[in-house]
Design a binder for this molecule. Structure first.
Ligand SMILES: Nc1ncnc2c1ncn2[C@@H]1O[C@H](COP(=O)(O)OP(=O)(O)OP(=O)(O)O)[C@@H](O)[C@H]1O
Ligand SMILES: [Mg+2]
Length: 317
């Protein structure tokens, strides 16, 4: 039996407060394999942070269960090999970056030389070696995030959960964090990332889930989701980059749309491509490129959300 890094079955959360009930997470089944990077996407209030907090048993689930590295998450042992960067973490202001890491390292049971070496190594990975002996109060938002990430990597975790890891980090820093994530995954660490930054998630995640009002509208490999969203009404979208076009479009292109670069056309299958190329050639129109149009993750995300809104998902709270 595969041991998943993270596995949930019907995990749900309803918050009860004086203002009533909030169905923050509808029953959700999810599996993340070791060495995989999973990105959870969704707008503000979709339930992403609730999901990770419920998985970690920081929030008590209303129903269902979660297993971390094969252990029921109600058992504290499940969290032994987990690194976690909570959303919007605030560290004690009187500590230095190194102090923060040592503090969390000690809580994990590290001490002495092993603690010092681990802290130095993780601070180096996140590019904070030069700043780690300065007080947290001197840090920018992105520097605090880097220290938070170093803290989440202490003690060789096998699952790392990052809630908005690149919040406030500059583009170069985000790029560096992406490399850190890819490096960890290569070593077999599973990563679960909540994020709003779609291009970034697309670059680093093997699979994504798109959440809307507590419900997972779509999940799977990034490529499957973007490919699925690239097909409109069961038809593939092709983009022809061509030379100048005549007033009357050649045969086969009657329903195509003229663009600055040439023509866009929807086809039933790729078998139609050779015929279309022949038709352009016969008309003496130069072809520079034929491209199968792929939605970006951002375009796919917006379409999934749009479909969810039209279907009235999570209408009543
Ligand atoms: N402790 C709480 N008590 C009551 N309601 C809560 C609590 N925490 C979150 N909620 C509500 O649950 C829903 C999901 O919130 P959550 O923080 O999980 O969303 P999110 O997807 O992480 O959003 P963001 O992108 O803004 O971080 C929201 O409607 C929120 O107001
Ligand atoms: Mg959140």
């Amino acid at each position: 039996m595969t041991e998943y890094a993270l596995e949930t079955e019907g995990l749900s959360k309803v918050y009860r407060s004086l203002r009533g009930r909030v169905r923050a997470l509808e029953p959700l089944d999810l599996k993340v394999e070791p060495g995989h990077v999973f990105g959870l996407l969704g707008s503000n209030g979709a339930g992403k942070s609730t999901f990770v907090k419920t998985v970690l048993n920081i929030c008590k689930p209303t129903s269902g269960r979660a297993r971390i590295l094969g252990i029921d998450s109600r058992n504290p042992a499940a969290r032994q090999h987990v690194g976690y960067l909570p959303e919007g973490t605030q560290f004690p202001r009187y500590l230095t970056g190194r102090g923060v890491c040592e503090y969390f390292g000690k809580l994990m049971g590290l001490s002495g030389k092993a603690l010092k070496e681990d802290v130095d190594r993780k601070l180096k990975i996140v590019g904070m070696t030069d700043w780690c002996d300065k007080k947290i109060t001197k840090y920018s938002k992105g520097m605090k995030q880097r220290v938070g990430l170093a803290q989440a990597m202490l003690g060789e975790p096998r699952l790392i959960i990052l809630d908005e890891p690149t919040d406030g980090v500059d583009p170069q820093g985000r790029h560096e964090i992406r490399d850190v994530i890819a490096g960890l995954a290569k070593e077999g660490v599973a990563l679960f990332i909540n994020s709003h930054l779609l291009a970034e998630v697309e670059a680093v995640c093997d699979s994504v889930g798109i959440m809307y009002r507590g419900r997972m509208l779509r999940s799977g490999p990034v490529k499957d989701i973007t490919e699925e969203m690239s097909i409109r009404d069961g038809r593939m979208q092709l983009r022809f980059r061509t030379g100048e076009l005549p007033d009357t479009l050649p045969r086969g292109f009657e329903n195509a749309t003229r663009r600055d670069y040439g023509l866009d056309i929807d086809v039933e299958s790729r078998d139609e491509i050779p015929g279309l190329i022949d038709s352009l050639r016969d008309a003496g129109i130069p072809i520079y490129e034929v491209e199968h149009f792929h939605a970006s993750l951002e375009e796919a995300f917006l379409r999934v959300m749009d479909d969810g809104q039209h279907a009235g998902v999570g209408g009543q709270q």
